[in-house]
Each structure stands twice: as structure tokens, then as C-alpha cells.
Design a protein around this ligand. Structure first.
Ligand code: GLN
Length: 485
């Protein structure tokens, strides 16, 4: 393992600022390791030559006041990057090169970051295993037979395998937190409205949020600080006072009240997850926080609600891919035939399933029965959290109901795939922030994560709790570099 690629983001920034190492050296190290790691299939597109040019430019005129001084970063291929192909994991966007930059990635480059490439993901971020990607599945660096989770599977794999010091993903129902949990990494889904959605390929607009993924909590705090900005270009971006998340990070969580929701003890939950949760509760108490039993009564409705709201919004968002405006086009006898062929050849099975469900629940006669009803239940789920937060400062739950599963194991069973997000989806429906931190291993030695859910805009608080717990847990990832030949 190269010494440089195993360093945390915070350390790398320090070394560059102290001129102990150059941006070119760091960038080269990550490129070399990425090139040796092709079997993981973490990248869809690499931009290594440009990255090296930019690193050299940085070193010639280094601006050491920047928060990410000359740091190479690969990002999920759902963020539009100017002049760099952006596929969203779909065939329909295989030849789409944006003419604009997403605000979140723009923030990275303005802070001194350098684009390494675009990371694999489930098609239009629909999936929990990265197996819906048109560009093939991604391997989990923990074990070659395991999925890395999804939809930000390439991102999680790349961070865990040290192909990039940090990355950004998106989370509509769990796509940052679940893959973080499966790979032993940290992933934060910020409050809805905290990170701009401008230039992110839309899946379900009322749920989508970008967020940081990293090796540890400090790196996550620093990256969140860089990407969370108010943006006029996103009408749902919120102008609130953001913290200096890294500077204000503290392990002192004495007296904090942490809720344990009884409804998250779902039927059939493996004992390992129960035990992990209990250990987490013990750690929280050790940190001087107080644990309070709470109830979130509408939890069991979250998944069915999500699978109405998300496909409804997706079906509307994906209407724009018609073979005319973007990317792929199939030949057709006439305009309608061209639309039909383009969409049936350009979209994969899972995306087509969502479009059909979404169109159905929005159709006349069914809108009230499904979509409107789902929106009402969504409000009840949000009310549950509001009620709970009258008593507690944050909530602790497992991140996922199991550890990473085998490639192919759930591919043909969409419902069992959807169940992966049982603990993460309520957070998106309520627009709240949630962070997953690695918290232990199962009997097979695969990582397991715990989730800390916060009040809206209270990212600092959940980062602090995560920071305190991280120290108590002392997690070590069992990664052996098996894929490097
Ligand atoms: N796995 C969920 C889905 O397929 C969530 C995906 C996401 O958060 N982008 O919808």
C-alpha cells in the first residue's frame, strides 16, 4: 500500500500545505493505484492526464490557503462535469458530455480539488448494489464476491480501496450510507437543501442530496464544509448559517440525549445487527451521553411510501431522455417509434420498472389513491421525527439490516433489494441529515455500520457524535489489496 494513498484527507492537506509533498506526487500516487485496480471497476471514466496537468499547474503556483490544496478527487458519475463525460451509469447517457459543472463539484475545484475521474454507480442512482449500472458491477474491496452497495457503489469502493482520498455520492434513499456501511467507510447524507442539486442528474428531486464519503469522520467534516453552500441556481437550496464543520468538530458529547427507536428492531433482524446496535448504545453511554427510548410509529410505512414517491418523481425527471436532447438515440421509422426504441434500448430493466410504477401512481384516477396518499404518509413520518426531537438531540440506529451480500444474490429479487434501505429511507422522506460510520464486523468479517440521524441542519451535532463514537469503536478495515496483481 502506497504511503501516500493510505493517508487521510486531513493529513494529505497538511503535508501539501507544509510542502512535504507536492500535489503532483499525491495525484500520481492515486493514479498509479487506480490503474492497478481496474478489476474493481470503480471508474466509468478516468481523467488522469488532465489531473496531472492540473496538479503541475497547482504546484507551480500553489495556493496553500485552499481547503483542498491540489487534492485529487474522483466523484460519482451522477455529477455533471464540464467537458467530461457524465453517464449516470446509463446507456442512454453514454455519449453525454455536459457543458456545465454541478455546483457541488464546482465547490471542490474552487477549493483546490482536482478531478481524477467519474465513479461507477447504479443506473440513475436506482439500486442498492451497483448492479444496475450499464458499465458493469463493482467489486467490494473487502471481498471480490461482494457488492459494494449502491447506488454510490463505485464511490464507496474507490474510497475503501484508496483510489481517491475522498469522494462525493448522492443519497435519495440510502445511496451514500448503505455503501459506506458495506465497505467500512463513512458517509453523510446532509439535510435536504444543504448541498445544491444543480447539475446533479435528477432521480427523485424531493429526496436527492449530495454528500461526502470518506475514510474517517474528520475527512467527512472537511469535505462537507467544502460542498455545503447556498446556491441560487437550486430553488430548494437553503440559506442557513453553515458551520466550520472540521474546526468545530469535538468529541465532547456529554449530556447529549440520543434516541433509540423501538420500531427499528425489525422482524428477522440478524442477531449481529442487534449486537452491533447494543455496542453502539454502550459506546454512546461511555461518551457521557444519555440514551432514551423513543418511538417513530410510522417507520414501517417508510419503504412503501418511498417506492411511490421516488418512482413518481423519477418517471417525470426521466421523461427528458427521448433521443433528441441527450446522448443515445435509436433509429426509428418515425418520431414516436424513435422515442420508444431509444427509451427501451437506452434504459435498463430497473429504470424501466421505476418509470412504469411512477407513471402508474401519477396517472389519472390513481394519483389520489397512491401519490397523494404517499405524500400524506410522508408528512406523518416527518411528524414522528419532529415529536422525537422534542426529547432527544439525535437518533442512533443500524445503517443496514445486513452486511454486504454477494454479487448476483439479490439481482432478480427487487423487493429484497429494496429492503436494504429500510433504515435509511425514513431520513430522506423527512429531509434530515444522517451519517453512517463503520462500527464493527459480522461473523464473516464484513463491515457493519451504525447510523446517527440528526435534526434538520444539525450536521455538526451528528458529526460530533460520530467523531466521539469513532474513537471508542476503533474500527479497522480488513482490506488486503487482493485485487492488485
Ligand atoms: N436503493 C434505493 C433505490 O434504489 C436508494 C437509491 C439512492 O439513494 N439513490 O431507490
Amino acid at each position: 500500500m502506497s504511503e501516500l494513498t493510505s493517508q487521510s484527507l486531513v493529513k494529505l492537506c497538511k503535508s501539501i500545505k507544509e510542502k512535504k509533498v507536492s500535489s503532483t506526487e499525491v495525484t500520481k500516487a492515486f493514479i498509479e493505484r487506480s490503474e492497478k485496480s481496474k478489476t474493481l471497476n470503480a471508474y466509468i471514466t478516468t481523467d488522469f492526464e488532465n489531473a496531472l496537468t492540473k496538479a503541475k499547474q497547482f504546484d507551480e503556483k500553489p495556493n496553500l490557503d485552499l481547503k483542498l490544496p491540489g487534492i485529487p478527487i474522483a466523484v460519482k458519475d451522477l455529477f455533471c462535469t464540464k467537458n467530461v463525460k457524465t453517464t449516470a451509469g446509463s446507456k442512454i447517457l453514454q455519449s453525454f458530455t455536459p457543458t456545465y459543472e454541478s455546483t457541488v463539484t464546482d465547490n471542490l475545484w474552487n477549493a483546490g480539488g482536482i478531478l481524477l475521474g467519474k465513479l461507477n454507480c447504479d443506473e440513475f442512482a436506482m439500486g442498492s448494489s451497483n448492479e444496475t449500472s450499464y458499465y458493469g458491477n463493482v467489486q467490494n474491496p473487502i471481498d471480490e464476491n461482494l457488492v459494494p452497495g449502491g447506488s454510490s457503489g463505485g464511490s464507496a469502493s474507490a474510497v475503501a480501496a484508496q483510489l481517491t482520498p475522498i469522494t462525493i455520492g448522492t443519497d435519495t434513499g440510502g445511496s451514500i450510507r448503505q455503501p459506506a456501511s458495506f465497505t467500512g467507510t463513512v458517509g453523510l447524507k446532509p439535510t435536504y437543501g444543504s448541498c445544491s442539486r444543480y447539475g446533479i442528474v435528477a432521480f427523485a428531486s424531493s429526496l436527492d442530496q449530495a454528500g461526502p464519503m470518506s475514510q474517517n469522520v474528520e475527512d467527512c467534516a472537511l469535505l462537507h464544509e467544502v460542498i455545503s453552500t447556498f446556491d441560487k441556481k437550486d430553488s430548494t437550496s437553503i440559506n442557513f448559517k453553515r458551520n466550520n464543520y472540521l474546526q468545530e468538530l469535538t468529541k465532547n458529547i456529554k449530556g447529549k440525549k440520543i434516541g433509540i427507536p423501538k420500531e427499528y428492531r425489525v422482524e428477522g433482524m440478524p442477531k449481529e445487527i442487534e449486537d452491533l446496535w447494543q455496542k453502539g448504545i454502550d459506546h454512546i453511554k461511555d461518551c457521557g451521553a444519555e440514551v432514551v427510548d423513543i418511538s417513530l410509529p410510522h417507520t414501517s410505512y417508510a419503504l412503501p411510501t418511498y417506492y411511490i414517491v421516488a418512482p413518481a418523481e423519477a418517471s417525470s425527471n426521466l421523461a427528458r431522455y427521448d433521443g433528441v436532447k441527450y446522448g443515445f438515440r435509436a433509429e426509428g421509422k418515425n418520431l414516436i417509434d424513435m422515442y420508444e426504441k431509444t427509451r427501451s434500448e437506452g434504459f435498463g430493466a430497473e429504470v424501466q420498472r421505476r418509470i412504469m410504477i411512477g407513471t402508474y401512481v401519477l396517472s389519472s384516477g390513481y394519483y389520489d389513491a397512491y401519490y397523494l396518499k404517499a405524500q400524506k404518509v410522508r408528512k406523518l413520518i416527518k411528524n414522528d421525527f419532529d415529536e422525537a426531537y422534542k426529547q432527544v438531540d439525535a437518533i442512533l440506529t443500524p445503517s443496514t439490516p445486513s452486511s454486504a451480500f454477494k454479487i448476483g444474490e439479490k439481482k432478480d429479487d427487487p423487493v429484497s433489494m429494496y429492503l436494504n434501505d429500510i433504515f435509511t429511507v425514513p431520513v430522506n422522506l423527512a429531509g434530515l441529515p444522517g451519517i453512517s460510520i463503520p462500527a464493527g464486523h459480522d461473523a464473516k468479517g464484513y463491515p457493519l455500520g451504525l447510523q446517527i440521524i440528526g435534526k434538520a441542519f444539525d450536521e455538526q451535532n451528528i458529526l460530533n457524535i460520530a467523531y466521539a463514537m469513532e474513537e471508542k469503536i476503533g474500527f479497522k478495515n480488513n482490506i488486503t489489496d487482493w485485487w492488485i496483481k
